[in-house]
Design a protein around this ligand. Structure first.
Ligand code: ATP
Ligand code: AMO
Length: 432
């Protein structure tokens, strides 16, 4: 048995051909004299029609043995049929069960019975059989494809950096400690220090798509304990340069998803608008005023609370950059504005009230970096191998990190980040 066609390839154009399809039993309807079996594969569904007048009794018997969600192979003749999906049906000549599914199923992939998110995640392989779930991962795949193409087309080298690390990089989120022989070690929160060291290595522009680990205590619809970050870093560049790169890259992603994932967007009932021109920019100072004008209290120097993010998102809408953050709430590696050191060259990219990315011009001067590490109550001795890279020719540089799972939320309209990760890790979930 060899598969000759996918379900979506069964169209009136191939009527009259003998084909072999393989997939899952989506639905069985047995009217005695005629049986309809819907077979589903990665491309869609096709109907097998077995009228007892035309089909061998042995095959009718075999079809009656089918159970929902079993894996089967069907050899048969493609015939035009107005009412069936794709306008064709397959009249079976030979059928085979490749693997029988147990009954009852832990959840129903045809969604006749709706399941909650926990039941779905517990049986994620069955959940992803649903087209409105696999659509999310097809779109996420297109997103990564476009992003990699964009980086390669624009002179970025792809890198991989360690996830077993010795120090924190991002304040405001906790580290996961691990046992590493006799040493203290952690799971990496961000490739930040490594992508910067690659600037000292003379690689000019680098990117990494990889896992980040954050011991986020709170359970929200947009935080996970393991997320995927798309990180970029560019030499002889500043915040404005890398904001432009991020802006261009995202426009490409939106266009490509619209163009190549029209079916998936339709299944999700989601429309993607491609913004024209550059994303608007709002400064932190302006944001404070906007937030306060909406009667959400916010003091200068505070990070945006959830309510503040919502108030700002309501005003701005869509994609926008939030710039000129106070230095004191940004990490040590962020460059302060010359002469106005209370401000920094840091920015966030927002979509409505969701933070998608943070980035900045970095400090490339050794002395200033040590000073900023100390000012944040950290010990420069803990950053020895990173700091060394700043003593022997570090170019000025800038970069950003985008949360891939959050970007997928925007592309698919998902409201819960768990929908956008195959096997999410949150406060309560470590399996499957
Ligand atoms: P960063 O990477 O800068 O930590 P983030 O994307 O994790 O940003 P947001 O999701 O934008 O942070 O949340 C904004 C702020 O609200 C953060 O300081 C975050 O820690 C806090 N926060 C998020 N969810 C909750 C919650 N459920 N309860 C209390 N605080 C929360
Ligand atoms: P930041 O901490 O803002 O910046 O992280 C970058 C982006 O990663 C995503 N993200 C998360 N997504 C899901 N769950 C989480 N717990 C989580 N934490 C972060 C967000 C966020 O905007 N080193 C800097 C980047 C840089 O300056 O280059 C950093 O890590 O979308």
């Amino acid at each position: 048995w060899r598969r000759t066609n996918y379900a979506s390839e069964c169209t009136p154009e191939i009527a009259g051909s003998d084909i072999t399809i393989m997939g899952w039993v989506h639905e069985i309807r047995d009217f005695g004299g005629i049986m309809f079996v819907i077979i589903r594969d990665v491309t869609g569904r096709v109907q097998v029609t077995a009228p007892s007048k035309k089909v061998d009794e042995k095959i009718m018997e075999e079809l009656r043995e089918f159970r929902k969600e079993s894996v089967v192979a069907i050899k048969g003749l493609v015939q035009e049929a107005g009412k069936a999906p794709n306008g064709v049906e397959i009249i079976p000549k030979e059928v085979k069960v490749l693997n029988l599914a147990n009954q009852p199923l832990p959840m129903d992939p045809t969604e006749k019975v709706k399941a909650g998110i926990d039941t779905r995640l517990d049986s994620r392989f069955l959940d992803i059989r649903k087209e409105n779930v696999s659509a999310i991962f097809k779109i996420k795949g297109q997103m990564f494809h476009t992003i990699r193409d964009y980086f390669y087309d624009n002179g970025f080298y792809e890198i991989n950096t360690p996830k077993l690390v010795a120090s924190a990089t991002e304040g405001g989120t906790e580290l996961f400690p691990i046992t590493y022989f006799e040493k203290e070690a952690f799971l990496g929160q961000s490739p930040q220090l490594y992508k910067q060291m690659m600037m000292a290595a003379g690689m000019d522009k680098v990117f990494e798509i990889g896992q980040i680990f954050r011991a986020e205590e709170h359970d929200t619809l947009r935080h996970l304990n393991e997320a995927v970050s798309i990180d970029a870093e560019a030499s002889f560049a500043d915040d404005e340069d890398v904001m432009k790169i991020l802006n261009d890259m995202l426009i490409n992603v939106l266009k490509d998803v619209n163009e190549n994932c029209a079916d998936e967007l339709a299944v999700l009932g989601h429309e993607l608008e491609v913004p024209k021109g550059d994303f608007p920019v709002v400064t932190y100072d302006e944001a404070v005023d906007i937030v306060n004008s909406k009667d959400v209290p916010m003091e200068w120097g505070e990070d945006l609370s959830r309510e503040a993010e919502k108030a700002l998102g309501d005003t701005m809408g869509g994609f926008y950059f939030l710039t000129r953050w106070p230095s004191e709430i940004k990490p040590f590696y962020v460059m302060p504005v010359e002469g106005e050191e209370q401000y920094s060259h840091a920015f966030d990219l927002m979509y409505n009230n969701l933070e998608l990315s943070s980035g900045a011009t970095r400090v490339h001067q050794y002395d200033l970096l040590v000073k900023q590490i100390e000012e944040r109550g950290l010990n420069p001795a803990g950053f020895g191998s990173y700091l060394k890279a700043f003593e022997y020719g570090m170019p000025p540089h800038a970069g950003w990190g985008v949360g891939a799972d959050r970007l997928t939320m925007v592309l698919t309209g998902a409201e819960n980040i768990r929908e956008c990760v195959l096997f999410p890790r949150d406060r309560h979930r470590l399996t499957p």
